[in-house]
Design a binder for this molecule. Structure first.
Ligand code: NAG
Ligand code: NAG
Length: 243
């Protein structure tokens, strides 16, 4: 009964022309209210998702860095992931010390030790070829090459020595050390290329053999340079700073 009266009363409100503006105003207000409410709801939901995603992401990063810092193998893989020859990087560093401290700087130092060993060994190999060579011209070029490789090994050894300052027992990097090490390793690579250029100019018969012998050390030095160049990004991934 009541609802019928309401409807009747509503019908009495005058002509359709007079009703139209009133009708619009009445319809707009709930629309605005509804839009406002749904915007607020949407905003709240999106913010919830955003905050959730950020928390998940930072948790994921935290658990990634925690697992990197807890395993030698994983940490070596992570450091080697910035290099062009990831497998030779991982294998050579692991073979030197598979239980290295899971710390990018300690792993970088090992990568430099890998270079020292390889280049020293290559220089011995070339020294032996000098001894066994009968051809005087070739002997001269081989002697120069052996000397260049010995210089290269010395620069690489200096780089290892630069990692640990006097009295420090752990690897310690600074931007200056990184820049010096980059210079020395690059110079060692140049020494090696100069050796091959000299042998090529002499038409040495052992050029190919030596080029093969030096391909590993070229890879190792390129690995160290890549790690060095990306050290800040690697430390970020481990959520560590320079020591
Ligand atoms: C390997 O590294 C760990 C930790 O950095 C060290 O304690 C251990 O003596 C090293 N092993 C070798 C064979 O150098
Ligand atoms: C040095 O090189 C020789 C081959 O020229 C190899 O048999 C030996 O294992 C190498 N040593 C190291 C420590 O790399």
């Amino acid at each position: 009964m009541e609802s019928v009266n309401v409807l009747k009363g509503y019908g009495k409100l005058g002509s359709p022309e007079a009703q139209t503006p009133h009708h619009h105003r009445a319809a707009k207000r709930p629309l605005i209210v509804a839009l406002t409410i749904s915007s607020v709801v949407l905003l709240t939901i999106s913010l919830g998702f955003l905050v959730g995603a950020l928390i998940r992401e930072s948790n994921a990063e935290e658990s990634e860095s925690r697992s990197l810092r807890s395993s030698s193998a994983q940490s070596i893989r992570a450091v080697c992931s910035v290099t062009q020859h990831q497998d030779s990087c991982f294998a050579s560093i692991s073979s030197l010390n598979s239980s290295v401290k899971p710390d990018p700087e300690a792993i970088f130092e090992l990568s430099l030790r890998v270079c020292v060993n390889e280049v020293s060994n290559a220089s011995l190999f070339v020294r032996n070829l000098v001894k066994s060579s009968n051809d005087a011209r070739s002997k001269g070029a081989l002697g120069d090459c052996a000397g260049l490789l010995e210089d290269a090994a010395g620069r690489l050894a200096d780089s290892v020595a630069a990692m640990a300052g006097p009295g420090e027992d752990k690897a310690a990097l600074t931007e200056l050390k990184i820049s010096n090490i980059q210079t020395w390793v690059t110079a060692a690579m140049t020494d090696q290329e100069t050796c091959l250029d000299g042998l090529q100019e002499m038409g040495s018969t052992v050029l190919d053999e030596i080029r093969d012998r030096l391909s590993r050390s070229r890879e190792f030095m390129s690995n160290s340079l890549a790690i060095c160049a990306q050290m800040n990004a690697i430390l970020d991934r481990f959520e560590m700073g320079m020591h």
